[in-house]
Design a protein around this ligand. Sequence first.
Ligand code: UD1
Length: 309
Amino acid sequence: MSSSYLVTGGAGFIGSHLVEALLAAGARVRVLDNFITGHRRNLREGAELIEGDVAALDTCRRAVDGIDFVLHQAAIPSVPRSVADPLTSHRANVDGTLNLLVAARDAGVTRLIFAGSSSVYGNSATLPKREDMVPNPLSPYALQKLVGERYGQMFHALYGFETVSIRYFNVFGPRQDPGSPYSGVISRFATALLANEPPTIYGDGEQTRDFTYVANVVDGVLKACTAPNAAGQAINVAVGGRISLNALLEGMNRSVGTRLSAVYKDTRTGDVRDSQADITKAREILGYTPTVDLAEGLDRTIAWYRTQS
Ligand code: UD1
């Protein structure tokens, strides 16, 4: 692999896994990160670093110079954080994406892969969620992800610039930061159980998610760079199952060897009730198939958090 890749948000959770996979495949990799939600400890040796913000157009222009593929992961990725502070997340998620699209188009980048989100579906009447369903964002974050995705599709239609939106479904795995109230639920549960503290569940715990181990997402994103019919598309990348938070906690208690009950708090505003992906389109267009299921992914993830605690 001799192509060059820009990973925005490459010091973040998903971005750092992409960087690692690209370096292992022999690609040239540049990271753009402002370290607002990313961490220096996630940087991988061998990747070039530009410290800066996608919300600045000149930074984006510098970052895309000489790049073949842009994997745009930089975002402020939290539903409740966007409810609490919609302006800050809009600037990162919408202004940042538009800047990067303009810069990448102008620089002659081959294709840009956008980190889309399952949150754009909102509460759909039926499950699993298919890409041809009408989006129904319930939070600023979900709306911002939809706008970014639509901008990408528009750049394809208007300027012939190739973009693909990969809609992630509750990605988890090593290096996901558990350190904020906005962190992903599996990172929160894992660190609570390992510290022998009761985890928190918002709502009754019967909400469901299609939790996706990060290696599956890396695979889907890298396939999207070269899949022939992917440009202009939004594509779910997930496992295709769903589990309630109560059942998830039970399984994680078993893996960790604890029997901790949750403390139940009010449902978060903007929260989606059920989430499960139809992954037919990913199979057809990307040749994607999930390789790590939930149980295996949880084992690997808990093993990693153990090394951290
Ligand atoms: C949402 C999006 C996802 C996006 C992510 C970014 C949906 C279906 N998914 O994930 O695409 O990438 O935001 O952050 O909209 N919870 C607890 N206890 C905790 C933490 C969370 O009970 O300590 C609950 C939440 O209220 C929610 C579920 O667990 O019901 C999952 O929460 P979280 O991991 O934050 O992800 P989503 O909000 O589902």
